[in-house]
Design a protein around this ligand. Structure first.
Ligand SMILES: *Cc1c(COP(=O)(O)O)cnc(C)c1O
Length: 704
């Protein structure tokens, strides 16, 4: 690119195209390009390219692009995007069926990047990673979710250590979203009936590589006031809000796709929240003159369903009154009675006491269903045996596909450089070939792995200190002490996840003296960084946060136990890269899969986890640590908690610490490094969304 051929309008177009395709969320060079345009806005705006562009005048952009280096970077990023979009890397016959008929993926939350905060936790991140890998492999894929203008919430901690929730209205002009319009340029809208009202729903489009997301919202002037706020918060409000959100997502989503003339080959419901979409499909079939039974058969041919929830109480349920209030209009358009309708959401259709369960509706309306790990599959089959009279639990037609993560999203720049330098630029393609991946990992120099661990640990510590400093200043406290917390030489444990009580954040403090002894050893220092949000209505979860924060202020633990505010994807990226050990101690079998532990692997972190979810499949005795054994508990919750705590202490004291601090003369912990290599070699190729999405294609999307 020479100076002469510079046409500002063309270059400007490239910049805007780059910013409006969220492929940048997993492309470091593009992120760096935008960060350099305005480092301050980049930092302040949750790393948002559009916010950066909105700050910069055309005059400035023009001038900046006159710099050769900047222009070269732009063109290299832009070419890389074009190549990415054009690339076909999956046997076309596998994806041919979808060329004209996409997979439509419905999820109540989709987390692509922290600057588009329309997710609350694991379910949303999984949906985002699914979307990205679908794009990577070239699957024709559209995602449907809601546009939560206020997101989930910003977590603040008050002086008592109690979580407070702050809600801010996100500025949609600062997001990589485009309103969906009809040919006349007007907002494309559909109407859904909720109770006696017709509610208008509009959609915004987001590009993620080759995948497309549609975000639905009801914040439109023609809607009654209380319907305008319907889509403002992730899982906000009471059950009336919840059913209304689910009507918008399911029925509104299916209608929007019709308006946009999509004819999906498959509708994939990720969790039961979107199961009302089957009703809209049912309605369409009946308008074609089919009987309800024939219509159900037709709908089933198109739908597949993923369940994540391993406890009966966790499934979405609505009372008959609420169904009647919200959906009676829809029910009569189907020409059936309310009671008959309730039957689609009941295990036993004639049991009038049963409420309407979204999971039941999804299972009844799908041709295929799966759970998200092997154990979660077993638990789900057990839980839903009643739906399949005459079948034993093991015959219940719910399979499993174990969750994964999108490697490039969660790989630190520094680790990526190590793979590129030691293995070569095509290292990422080797991952899927066991023999070449094994050979490649053997080539990683021990010194380089250890240097990487120090780099990432140091970066995390500085990130934590900076975040804590800002927090102290916000509260008017002195912040000098913040510079003294944490040490780059210490074994760094991460515990970061939603503060749902079943995840048992404070388990390691069950025996305070023992915890103090472990954490206070001056020769073999250990530190733990906690982070995570509790659901706004979960006071027990908030009490766990408070307990951890109080402990972080206890003199026995100061500087070694830290709680980091406002866990989101940006905080997660730092933690999963910087921690040496990722701790996961849920009550088995409640962690359906879990994914955060998978994010540490390529960055050189190790897992220490209860034998639950994905970890009991990945663990081989050499690639990380197990807390307790792979067996079902027959004990009370209290008894099991005590045993799990004892097992946790045992593995930390007798396995983790000795291994980490066993140093050879050069200072390297060679056995620890060997475990890192075993972990990368055996786990990275399998526990990723590339493998996961391919499995969805072959086992669910393609079948029949
Ligand atoms: C990965 C991730 C999760 C999911 O973690 P689990 O292991 O399922 O608890 C939740 N929140 C954020 C921000 C994440 O990045």
């Amino acid at each position: 690119m020479t100076q002469k051929s510079f046409h500002f309008a063309d270059e400007r177009k490239k910049v805007y195209e780059l910013a409006h395709n969220m492929r940048w969320a997993f492309d470091c060079p593009t992120q760096q390009f935008f960060a350099k345009l305005s480092p301050r806005v980049w930092d302040r705006s949750s790393h948002n390219p559009i916010a950066v562009l909105n700050e910069i005048s055309d005059q400035e952009l023009h001038s900046r692009l006159l710099n050769k280096e900047t222009l070269t970077e732009l063109n290299s990023c832009y070419d890389s995007l074009c190549r990415y979009i054009a690339k076909v890397n999956t046997p076309p016959q596998m994806l041919k069926k979808f060329e004209k008929h996409p997979v439509a993926y419905f999820s109540a939350e989709i987390g692509i990047h922290e600057s588009l905060p329309i997710y609350s936790g694991g379910l949303g991140i999984l949906s985002g990673d699914h979307t990205k890998s679908a794009s990577d492999i070239g699957l024709n894929f559209i995602g449907v979710t809601l546009f939560y203008r206020q997101g989930y919430f910003t977590q603040r901690i008050n002086s008592e250590g109690w979580q407070l929730e702050e809600y801010a209205q996100h500025d949609y002009t600062n997001l990589p979203i485009t309103p969906v319009t009809d040919e006349g340029g007007n907002l494309a809208k559909v109407q859904v009936q909720i109770g006696r009202s017709l509610v208008s729903v509009a959609a915004y489009k987001v590009l993620v590589g080759r995948s497309i997301l549609y975000l639905l919202e009801t914040n439109l002037p023609e809607n009654e006031e209380h319907y305008r706020d319907l889509t403002s918060r992730v899982y906000g409000g009471d059950s009336t809000t919840r059913i209304s959100q689910e009507i918008i997502l399911g029925i509104g989503g299916a209608k929007i796709l019709r308006t946009l003339e999509y004819e999906p080959a498959v509708y994939h419901m990720n969790e039961g929240h979107s199961a009302f979409l089957t009703l809209e499909l049912l309605h369409e079939q009946m308008l074609l003159g089919k009987s309800i039974h024939r219509a159900v058969e037709e709908v089933k041919k198109k739908c597949v369903f993923t369940t994540h929830t391993p406890v009966a109480a966790g499934h979405d349920r609505f009372t008959q009154d609420l169904i009647n209030f919200s959906l009676s209009g829809f029910v009569s358009s189907l020409g059936i009675s309310l009671d008959e309708f309730m039957g689609y959401g009941r295990v036993n259709p004639s049991d009038k006491a049963e409420s309407f369960c979204m999971t039941v509706l999804a299972l009844k309306m799908s041709r295929g269903a799966n759970a998200v790990s092997e154990l979660n599959g077993r638990v789900s089959r057990q839980m839903w045996t009643g739906l399949y009279p005459g079948k034993k639990a093991e015959q219940v037609p719910i399979g499993h596909i174990t969750n994964g993560i999108h490697n490039l999203t969660w790989l630190s720049m520094e680790a990526r450089a190590l793979y590129e330098n030691s293995i070569g630029p095509k290292w990422h393609e080797k991952i899927t070939q066991p023999a070449s991946w094994k050979a490649a990992i053997a080539k990683l120099p021990d010194e380089e792995i250890w240097a990487l661990r120090y780099t990432l640990r140091r970066r995390l510590i500085e990130f934590v200190r900076e975040k804590m400093r800002k927090q102290q200043i916000r509260y008017g406290n002195s912040s000098d002490w913040v510079e003294k917390i944490l040490s780059a030489d210490a074994l760094t444990i991460g515990f970061s996840r939603r503060f749902a009580t079943y995840k048992r954040a404070p388990l390691i403090f069950t025996d305070m003296d023992r915890a103090a002894r472990i954490l206070g050893d001056p020769k073999r220092p250990i530190q733990i960084i906690f982070s995570g949000k509790a659901h706004p209505r979960d006071d027990a979860g908030k009490a766990f946060i408070q307990q951890v924060i109080r402990l972080s202020r206890d003199p026995r633990f100061t500087g070694r136990v830290v709680f980091l505010e406002d866990y989101d994807m940006a905080v997660a990226r730092q933690l999963i890269a910087g921690c040496d050990l990722w701790l996961n101690n849920p009550r088995r079998p409640l962690e359906a899969s879990g994914t955060s532990g998978q994010k540490v692997i390529l960055n050189g972190g190790l897992n220490c986890s209860v034998m639950d979810g994905w970890w009991r499949e990945a663990y081989n005795g050499k690639n990380g640590f197990s807390i307790g054994e792979d067996k079902d508990s027959q004990l009370s919750v209290d008894q099991q908690d005590k045993i799990d705590a004892a097992n946790l202490y045992d593995v930390i004291e007798n396995k983790v610490i000795p291994l980490f601090y066993d140093r050879v003369a050069s200072g390297l912990p060679l056995k620890w490094i060997k475990m890192i290599k075993d972990s990368i070699r055996t786990i990275a190729p399998i526990y990723n969304t590339d493998r996961m999405v391919r499995e969805y294609v072959t086992k669910y999307y393609l079948a029949k």
